[in-house]
Design a protein around this ligand. Structure first.
Ligand SMILES: *Cc1c(COP(=O)(O)O)cnc(C)c1O
Length: 353
């Protein structure tokens, strides 16, 4: 079979989805399935839906359109707060969006009215991670105005953690979000149906807290696909962490020196590298490179060592595994490496059903 490729084990993704629904459902938390890691691949997205996910979320409207055109039946939420220039498209394809800017909410309202539909919005609160969100001091005035916008249905509030600032969604942060929800409902005499506490980083909070307050929703990508919480990147018990496998192929193996010889200049990455002289070693070359995947984000499942990489090659120490030309090596991938690899048009995506 062709390489390089990513083998995608659908049964493992299905299992993870079911388990996470059970784990979080036990305390009344609904899961939104986040598809941006797989670019809204319709086959994979339908696995989430078939296993009980009702809302699919993606940060790119292109991915949402891909799922809709692929026939995936779900409600769609746009995760990245809308760009002013894409508002019309967003209102057309996304049922719900996360928001933090009044000027954009006004535009969403305008196009919702033109299209005679209702667009649902969740207002994001800034609680310390410092990416998107309205400062808590400004939330009341924003809500007041949003409630007056025609074609807009204000359905909830949310927060996001562990993305920009690496801030933990701990009990204090979740209690803060909860109490803002309770206060807003009382003050404006409304019912918020979604209080979305965060993402895959919220697992430890969920596990350790006796009371989850008003939090009733999380948006999960990494946990579903890689079986991990994203704060410490720990495996979640019972989940599969190996649904995705990168397979690369050996195109050269030779006994060569371990230290480059000749006059030293900068290499393809613009660096002067230091090499340890370990004498002659068995070196291998893989037909995959930095243009496909960040080399630090892949972990070999065989006993080899990555020595270095350029745009189209990865050089390995092949001494221990003694692989031959034409042999393949399997790698696990961390989140960003998987995201990049799935985006490479040179890597075949092999969905195993
Ligand atoms: C990507 C994203 C998520 C999902 O994050 P995971 O760590 O993959 O669970 C949730 N919310 C927002 C706003 C996101 O951008």
């Amino acid at each position: 079979m062709r390489t390089p490729r990513i083998d995608i084990d659908i049964r493992k993704i299905a299992f993870n989805t079911k388990q996470l629904k059970k784990i979080y459902g036990a305390k009344g938390i609904q899961i939104i399935g986040v598809t941006k890691l797989v670019q809204g691949n319709p086959v994979i997205a339908s696995v989430l839906v078939d296993n009980g996910i009702e809302i699919l979320a993606d940060s790119r409207i292109e991915n949402i359109i891909r799922m809709i055109k692929g026939g995936v039946q779900a409600e769609y939420l746009l995760l990245r707060t809308p760009s002013l220039s894409q508002v019309e498209e967003i209102v057309t394809y996304a049922n719900i969006s996360l928001n933090s800017e009044l000027s954009i909410l006004r535009e969403l309202s305008k196009y919702a009215l033109i299209r005679r539909i209702t667009h649902k919005v969740i207002l994001m609160l800034e609680l310390g991670d410092l990416r998107e969100g309205i400062m808590p001091l400004d939330i009341d005035s924003t809500v007041k105005e949003v409630l007056d916008l025609k074609g807009i249905d204000f359905i909830g509030i949310g927060s996001n953690f562990a993305c920009y600032g690496g801030i933990s969604p701990d009990i204090d942060k979740m209690n803060e979000l909860s109490s803002i929800a309770i206060r807003l409902e009382k003050k404006f005499k409304i019912t918020l149906t979604i209080i979305s506490g965060g993402n895959s980083a919220n697992y430890n909070w969920f596990k350790s807290s006796k009371s989850i307050g008003r939090i009733n929703n999380l948006r999960l990508g990494e946990s579903i696909f890689l079986g991990r919480e994203s704060l410490c990147r720990e495996k979640i018990p019972t989940l599969f962490t190996d649904a995705f496998t990168l397979v690369a192929e050996i195109i050269e193996t030779k006994i060569k020196p371990s230290k480059p010889y000749g006059k030293v200049y900068k290499n393809a990455n613009g660096q002067i590298e230091k090499f340890k002289d370990m004498g002659l070693i068995n070196r291998g070359i893989l037909a995959i490179g930095r243009q496909d995947v960040p080399v630090l984000g892949i972990i070999p499942r065989e006993n080899i060592l990555i020595l270095g990489a350029s745009s189209d090659h990865i050089v390995i120490d092949n001494t221990k595994s003694n692989l031959k030309v034409g042999d393949t090596i399997e790698f696990s991938l961390r989140y960003m490496a998987l995201l990049r690899a799935l985006n490479s048009s040179y890597i075949t995506k092999n969905i195993i059903i």
